[in-house]
Every structure is written in C-alpha cells, then in structure tokens.
Ligand binder design. Structure first.
Ligand code: ADP
Ligand code: MG
Length: 181
C-alpha cells in the first residue's frame, strides 16, 4: 500500500437466497475498510443466469465503483472474503451462488494472471455488467469501445429487466422488498 488511491469497478451478483439483502450487505462490507471508499452505486438489474446448469433462479446484478489503496491482489482477497462471509458455495462452476464479486477494472492495470485477470476477461460480453456500469459511468470504455455500445451488442442484453424490489407484488408495498422463495 502506498497511500494513493486507484479507481476500481466491482460487479456483484446473487442468485440464491435473499438476493437483495445479500447485495445490500455486500456493498456495505466491500466499502467497510478505510482502504476502500465508495464512489458510485448502480441500480440493481435482474438477469437470466448465463451458462451453468439450467433452471437456476434469476440473478440480481449491480456494479459499484470504488477508490482503493489496496493492491489488485489485496482487493481480490478482500472481495473473496466478502463472498465467503455470505456463505458462497463454490461446488458447481457457474452454478447458483449467494454472492459473486468480480473486479472488472483496476485503474488502467492489465494482467493475464488467471487468478486475477484485468480487465475481467468476460466483462466486455456481459450486458449484466456493462449496462449497470454504463448507468454510473456513461463515458467508460473497455477495449476502446463505449461500454453502453458493448452492452447493447452483448447476447444477454435482451434478458435484462429492471429490478423494482417488490417481487410479484402488484400495488403499494407494505414493508420493503419482497423476495421470491
Ligand atoms: P466467475 O466469476 O467467472 O463466475 P468465480 O467467481 O468462481 O467465477 O471465479 C473463479 C476465479 O476467477 C477466482 O478464484 C479468481 O481467482 C479468478 N479471477 C480471475 N480474474 C478475476 C477478476 N478480475 N475478478 C475476480 N476473480 C477473478
Ligand atoms: Mg467471480
């Protein structure tokens, strides 16, 4: 750590359990240490699970931007500690998970290391990352292209839906967000 802060983009996803509550707590956990400061929070979007076993619940996804004095590796370990706190189960690759936290970018840092590839190798083709990110950073680019352009080109773009927090509730909510069970 050298006391200077670098901007990082983090993508959060959840498709098991109390998904909204998990994302809410995860954002708080991610920015809890003084080494990680919150810059912006996207809306939550709802998306079909991409890849992995069929019949998974829909994902809730969001993006936050932070500035951090952690190194890329330290930030990855921090993100994984937050995943583990939420009892993330890693048994099925691309299977349902209570919480997934990916580092999308860390400043201009580039890495081909499989344990931490930056920018995230699949971000440029995932509308569930690109679209919420574009809402908080409209001018951001990836691979030299506007992320909003990449979002509309991504094969899952049509699967995105706004998340209104009220599940199947038809009318005025009485108390907060209702989750499907
Ligand atoms: P995915 O996020 O692709 O669905 P996982 O969350 O299970 O899959 O990640 C598997 C591994 O990916 C992690 O153990 C981590 O070391 C590695 N990884 C590589 N690059 C990144 C990145 N930019 N952000 C998060 N994890 C990464
Ligand atoms: Mg991940």
């Amino acid at each position: 750590m050298n006391g200077t802060y670098t901007k990082a983009v983090l993508a959060l996803g959840s498709n098991l359990g109390e998904r909204n509550e998990t994302l809410t707590e995860a954002v708080a956990d991610l920015v809890d240490p003084p080494e990680v400061r919150l810059l912006a929070v996207s809306p939550i979007v709802q998306t079909k699970a991409v890849g992995g076993p069929a019949g998974q619940p829909d994902f809730l996804n969001m993006v936050i931007t932070v500035e951090t004095s952690l190194t890329p590796q330290e930030l990855l370990e921090h993100c994984q500690a937050v995943e583990n706190k939420h009892h993330r189960v890693r048994e099925v690759h691309w299977g349902p998970r209570t919480l997934d936290v990916d580092i999308i970018t860390y400043g201009d840092f580039r890495s081909n290391d499989p344990t931490l590839t930056l920018p995230h190798p699949r971000a440029a083709s995932r509308a569930f990352v690109l679209y919420p990110w574009s809402l908080i950073e409209p001018a951001a680019t990836l691979d030299g292209e506007r992320i909003s352009t990449l979002a509309t080109r991504a094969s899952d773009f049509g699967d995105l839906a706004p998340f209104d927090g009220f599940g199947d509730f038809d009318g005025m909510p009485t108390a907060g967000a209702v989750e499907e069970r």
